[in-house]
Every structure is written in structure tokens, then in C-alpha cells.
Design a protein around this ligand. Sequence first.
Ligand code: ZN
Length: 65
Amino acid sequence: MIESHRVVPPEPTPPSRRNTVGCLVCAKATTGGKPYCARHVDQMPYVAQLSARLARRRGRKGDAA
Ligand SMILES: [Zn+2]
């Protein structure tokens, strides 16, 4: 018997794998499709901006302290 045309169905990507995103810093798998793990979440541009703004505000106000 010769199987000349064997149709191989494309392997569907498991949803759990498809949603797995590695941390942009350490490439560690993260949950919820986040680009950063809990360790490097503070390196997110949004968080960095926020902390920078906070630091600036604190620097202005914290002159006496
Ligand atoms: Zn990380």
C-alpha cells in the first residue's frame, strides 16, 4: 500500500501556549500575557514614567525634608 497523499492536519496551537508571553527582560514565562514578569514589571515604560513623575513631584515638595 502506498500512501502518496497523506493529509496532515495543521497542529492547532494550544491556547495555553499561545497566550504564554515571555518576560522581555528575563524571558521567563509570564501570566496573563504580560510582557513582564513580577520581577521586572517595574521596568514597564508606564511604571517607569509613573515613578519618574512621582520622584519629580517628591523632589519639588521634599525640599524641606
Ligand atoms: Zn522578568
